[in-house]
Design a protein. Structure first.
Lengths: 186, 317
């Protein structure tokens, strides 16, 4: 159970039986009046943002959330399947729930899957993932518009810009938070 | 650690504090000018204790516990005891403490200016607010029209007066009566009305419903209203003033009601401030006002948030 005074960015609470995370938060209070907490919240299941104003008397239930280490197995018909590394149970996330994380999902990758009341609702990737370059055009020297980089395609279908010396068949490390090239894997 | 060592944290802190220099110097100049104003007007500067056994019982103001006592949320009750003892003009600039108040314009420890005057009412305090700000501007060598967040802030007298009723008609998404019935007064005031109040001149919001003025006298001029005003400038709440309630029975009844509501909401129930109540029969007709000094500094140094006008925020300690 949380009180309005516990509200802060990142707090996860239950509204209408669904988990929400506080993404923005403003405190105000007329001098003699009651404290007011104006929040922007993101629904952790469908990503929809809502605005709510809470008062000092309001309280909230905490959301029953749990993270479990899982291994990515495969995707089929718009669903991504994972295996719990402790129980060996399988869980599925929709393409919508996986979002841009699909750019980094390679077989056997270990991720943290977020469960709400035991149901999978999202995942957290490792910060760095090593991926194979499956297509790289030769670098056109003197292409000043592109600067000192060129586009390549990775095994997941993700394309990004890398330094000119990266060729097909090489593995590179990508930062999953920014989607950018970090280094060549030796 | 030796000077010149590569301590990034300390370097960042020194840069951040240096960047506050202009605002901090202006803050000092404003506080000194305010002090001169009241001294010149014949007010006695007083210092009442910060550690007190019984804060004023108000539903929405939470005191910080300190040992078996509380840190004062305002110096109001002690200052009124001085009034009752025959000090007719007193002022105080002091730190006050309110639990859980932290936002872009709130600090849990903040600086309040309070002044009380015998044989007068809240209307005269309006004049005094205008007069004091004019004095401060002159002392600081500032023009009467300033810029605040890209808009003109015109501090020339007189400042308009708007009743709570008129403010609701002009700016609110729902009528006053309905908002009071729904318990949404604070919300509508804070989000619909406040942002529009005090452009280009500061404005006195007055004629409050009595339920919203626990320590104010009922109006002799406007039936059904309390003699309370709030001063707003550029959307910022600056000050709250009352013609003081001097009837001990009425005051005790209002305090009991506030304490009962605190109990109902599981909040700390403060002891009844008995010594204050016993002094009330001796209190002259008077008016008093509390003005947020940090907010005044924000206004006169063109800062839309409170953090840049104090040396350290709680998070920086």
């Amino acid at each position: 159970m949380y009180n309005a005074s516990d509200l802060r960015k990142g707090l996860k609470i239950l509204i209408d039986k669904e988990p929400y995370v506080v993404v923005d938060f403003q405190f105000t209070k007329p001098g003699k009046g009651q404290a007011l907490y104006r929040c922007k919240l993101r629904n952790m299941i469908n990503g929809i943002m809502i605005d709510r104003t809470y008062r000092s008397v309001d309280s909230f239930e905490s959301a029953n959330l749990e993270q479990r280490k899982m291994q990515y197995l495969y995707n089929q018909e718009g669903h991504f399947y994972f295996m719990d590394l402790q129980s060996y149970d399988q869980s599925a996330l929709s393409a919508e729930q996986v979002g841009d994380a699909k750019n980094y999902l390679i077989d056997n990758l270990e991720v943290d899957v977020l469960l709400f009341d035991g149901r999978p609702i999202g995942l957290t990737l490792p910060n760095f993932v090593d991926l194979l370059v499956t297509r790289a055009d030769p670098w056109a020297k003197g292409d000043s518009v592109a600067g000192d980089s060129k586009p390549v395609t990775l095994e997941t279908g993700y394309t990004l810009r890398v330094p000119p010396f990266i060729e097909e068949g090489i593995k590179i490390t990508v930062d999953t938070r920014t989607g950018e090239y970090v280094t060549r894997v030796k | 650690m030796s000077p010149g060592s590569n301590d990034i944290f300390s370097q960042k802190e020194r840069q951040a504090l240096a960047a506050k220099g202009t605002a901090l110097r202006r803050r000092a100049a404003i506080i000194q000018a305010v002090r001169r104003y009241f001294i010149e007007k014949g007010y006695l500067e007083v210092e009442t204790p910060s550690l007190i056994p019984a804060p004023a019982p108000e539903l929405h103001i939470d005191a910080v516990r300190a040992g078996g006592l509380f840190l004062h949320t305002s110096p109001e009750l002690c200052m009124k005891r001085l009034l009752a003892a025959g000090y007719p003009r007193i002022f105080q600039i002091c730190k006050c403490f309110r639990q859980g108040e932290r936002g872009a314009r709130h600090l849990p420890e903040f600086t309040l200016l309070e002044w009380y005057r015998a044989e007068t009412d809240y209307l005269e305090l309006m004049d005094e607010c205008e007069d004091m700000v004019a004095f401060v501007l002159e002392e600081l060598g500032l023009p009467p029209v300033l810029e605040f967040q890209g808009k003109a802030l015109d501090l020339q007298r007189p400042w308009p007066r708007v009743t709570v009723q008129e403010a609701f008609e002009r700016y609110a998404s729902a009528p006053l009566e309905q908002v009071l019935a729904d318990g949404r007064f604070d919300e509508i005031l804070a989000f619909d009305i406040e942002p529009s109040l005090g452009f280009p001149k500061p404005v006195f919001l007055h004629h409050y419903p009595p339920a919203l003025a626990a320590l104010a006298r009922l109006s002799r001029h406007a039936p059904g209203c309390a003699e309370r005003f709030e001063l707003y400038a550029a959307g910022l709440e600056l000050a709250n003033a009352f013609s003081e309630l001097t009837d001990p029975d009425e005051q005790k009844a209002r305090f009991e009601m506030e304490l009962a509501k605190r109990k109902e909401q599981d909040k700390t129930v403060y002891p009844m401030p008995e010594k204050f109540l016993r002094s009330l029969p001796f209190m002259p007709e008077s008016a008093g006002i509390a003005l947020g000094m940090d907010r005044l500094v924000m206004l006169l140094s063109n800062q839309k948030e409170i953090d840049p006008v104090v040396c350290f925020t709680p998070e920086e300690l």
